[in-house]
Design a protein around this ligand. Structure first.
Ligand SMILES: Nc1ncnc2c1ncn2[C@@H]1O[C@H](COP(=O)(O)OP(=O)(O)OP(=O)(O)O)[C@@H](O)[C@H]1O
Length: 633
């Protein structure tokens, strides 16, 4: 038997990471050309949040770069004046105006730096907020099916986390780049004006640095993509090894040490890769520094030769030296900023992909509205396949449900009952075939208009971290109807839950808050049923609504549902066949297909698959004294 505890060895690489991999493998030059796109995204966001601050940030950065360049040229004048021939006091006096300009430029630079910091600290949080807002909005508005797609969920995590963080940091890197570029250009021009041979040497150093930085970023990005699936695995193991939901079985099955071992195994492989990557990047950096050093060396040799051969005066050589030093320092800031921006650009790309994919997967908004209380729901040759799956969960299903009908969906585990409930109510779009509510094809209808008319009671209802009252009224927030609330909590059995809570309906149902309270599985289910009943929608889907309820509560809920069904279309998914004997129609699914349908009596007379299932359950009751039919409700 395999020593691997969790079968997560073969998690496939998400689609977005494969695309990223291709992007990472393109040539460096091509990759660098993608930088402007990332910069455009940042500037667009900054502009949208505050055009005034964006312009101001640009202006202060350009000014700060210009002032530095100006200071450099003024310093050159100071040198020229100081190193000229003549008596020292005279040389000092003649250098004073240039010296004053240098001092003024330093002072201005300091003021501008303060202005830069002020503008940036106002702009950056705005950009982060806007980026966060875009991510949240796109996720909130995404269709339900998007959340069934593991690739999309992972892209949301990466684009939301890394992407937004990179957008924020890229603003700072962009600002640094603008001012350091201006200073560097000023230094290269100054050096080039002094002697044409010095500039290429300086450029060689610049290019070597830039190459090494970009190469390092590319390696790091490739490493990130390589470790995506392993990090996913580590996340899965971490979850089962530390989260509360698994705690009971983890302890009862004494799996703690095995899980720890699994975690260590994946973490070790990640660590080894990290170390390998660090060695490779160090080598690349070393190569880059060697080349840059060569460029610097050549520049100094050229300078020495010029001085030696009398090709340049000492005063000008001093200026050249200063300009070169400034050039090298701004060069390192420039390469650092380009490098950081280049790295940011990959993650900003995830962010862009997330927004693009999110927009594609947005809920449909359309002028076509679904009828609020459909007379007929018609499925024609409906096939539905989950994202990433090959076999359909629903296969050529045709079904018509009338208003007021109670249709029970039965069948073995995985036969497609839950999926059919979701397709029928427009929660999932069909892969092929159509769902019509009266004359309206749900594929054309406004999603919100469809969902407004449905209520879903899930087997595993959401545990909203709100008060108990809100947990019910959230079913229809715009409704303020005390009678309906009383009715819903009475029919669902939630009233008994409320009676046990310290602050009754005002108790917050979440352990995350002070004085918050958690509920048992069955109690949460009662709250979910009350919520579905309070929603009072035209089409109700109850998916195993009573699976966690005791027999008394179950009987009460079915009586409540029976009273309420006269006014609405009810789709009931259940395995407890005794509860659906009175359903108007029973639809039996097998491997995504409808294999039998009719009333209980018709299906029993058919002596087919339903008959078999029913007899099996009935005989279990008959043969077991502990579960007499009267007790089972
Ligand atoms: N989120 C999902 N992603 C991929 N496949 C899914 C997903 N949910 C269900 N399936 C698959 O679709 C098929 C139908 O599932 P469905 O949940 O509709 O069955 P069911 O009849 O309601 O089962 P059960 O009685 O166990 O609740 C199954 O093969 C299941 O594995």
């Amino acid at each position: 038997m395999s020593s691997v505890l969790i079968g997560v060895e073969n998690i496939s690489t998400p689609k977005w990471a494969k695309v990223g991999r291709r992007a990472a493998s393109v040539s460096l030059g091509k990759a660098l050309r993608s930088l402007p796109e990332a910069i455009r995204v940042v500037l667009r966001l900054a502009w949208r949040t505050s055009p005034r601050l964006t312009v101001l940030a640009g202006v202060v950065h350009v000014l700060s770069g210009c002032v530095t360049a100006f200071g450099l040229l003024a310093t050159a004048d100071v040198f020229s004046a100081l190193l000229r021939d003549g008596p020292t006091p005279e040389r000092l006096a003649s250098s004073l105006p240039a010296l004053a300009v240098v001092v003024a430029s330093y002072a201005t630079r300091a003021l501008l730096d303060a202005a830069v910091a002020t503008v940036e600290s106002s702009l950056r949080p705005r950009v982060t907020r806007a980026a966060n807002d875009e991510v949240t909005a796109v996720l909130v508005r995404a269709e339900l099916l998007a959340f069934e797609d593991a690739d999309f969920r992972e892209l949301a995590r990466q684009g939301g986390r890394h992407g937004v963080r990179s957008l924020e940091s890229s603003l700072r890197h962009l600002a640094d780049l603008v001012s350091s570029c201006i200073t560097m250009v000023a230094a290269i021009v100054t050096v080039g004006l002094l002697d044409a041979w010095l500039a290429p040497a300086l450029l060689l150093a610049a290019l070597a640095n830039a190459w090494a930085s970009a190469r390092v970023s590319k390696l790091r990005y490739e490493h990130f993509l390589d470790s995506v699936t392993r990090n996913l695995r580590k996340g899965v193991v971490e979850e089962v090894a530390t989260h509360r939901e698994f705690a009971l079985e983890r302890h009862a099955l004494t799996l703690q040490e095995r899980l720890l071992g699994e975690h260590r195994r994946i973490a070790d492989s990640l660590m080894e890769d990290e170390i390998r990557m660090a060695h490779r990047t160090n080598m690349v950096r070393l190569g880059g520094r060697a080349l840059a050093g060569l460029g610097t060396g050549i520049a100094y040799v050229v300078l020495g030769l010029l001085l030696h051969t009398g090709g340049m005066e000492l005063a000008l050589a001093g200026t050249a030296l200063l300009a070169m030093r400034t050039g090298f320092s701004s060069l390192s800031t420039t390469t650092r900023s380009v490098n950081a921006l280049y790295e940011d650009s990959f993650y900003i790309d995830f962010y862009r992909k997330l927004l693009a994919e999110g927009a594609e997967r947005a809920q449909k908004s359309s002028p076509v509205t679904a009828p609020p209380d459909p007379e007929l729901i018609t499925l024609t040759n409906v096939t539905f396949t989950y994202p990433g799956k090959d076999t359909p969960a629903l296969d050529d299903v045709s079904l018509t449900v009338r208003r007021g009908e109670v249709v029970a969906l039965v069948g073995e585990n995985g036969s497609g009952k839950t999926t059919l409930g979701k397709v029928l109510t427009g929660l999932f779009p069909t892969t092929s075939g159509t769902v019509h509510w009266d004359g309206v094809d749900l594929a054309d209808a406004d999603t919100t208009s469809v969902h407004s008319s449905i209520a879903v009671i899930a087997q595993d209802p959401a545990q909203w971290p709100m008060t108990a009252r809100r947990n019910v009224t959230v079913g229809r927030l715009e409704r303020e109807d005390d009678d309906a609330w009383q009715d819903a909590v009475a029919k669902s059995g939630a009233d008994e839950v409320l009676a046990t809570l310290p602050a009754g309906p005002d108790t917050v149902l979440s352990r995350q808050f002070n004085d918050g309270q958690d509920l048992s599985g069955g109690q949460w289910q009662r709250m979910g049923i009350a919520r579905g009943m309070y929603r009072d929608a035209a089409v109700l889907v109850a998916d195993e609504p009573t699976a966690a309820l005791d027999a008394k509560a179950e009987a009460r809920v079915f009586e409540g549902l029976r009273q309420a069904t006269a006014r609405r279309t009810t789709i009931l998914v259940t395995h407890r066949l005794a509860n659906i004997r009175n359903a108007d129609r029973i639809v039996l699914l097998d491997q995504g297909r409808i294999v039998e349908q009719g009333t209980h009596d018709e299906l029993m007379a058919l002596r087919g698959h339903y008959f078999e299932l029913f007899e099996l359950q009935a005989s279990a009751y008959r043969g077991n004294l502990l579960a007499q039919p009267a007790q089972a409700g």
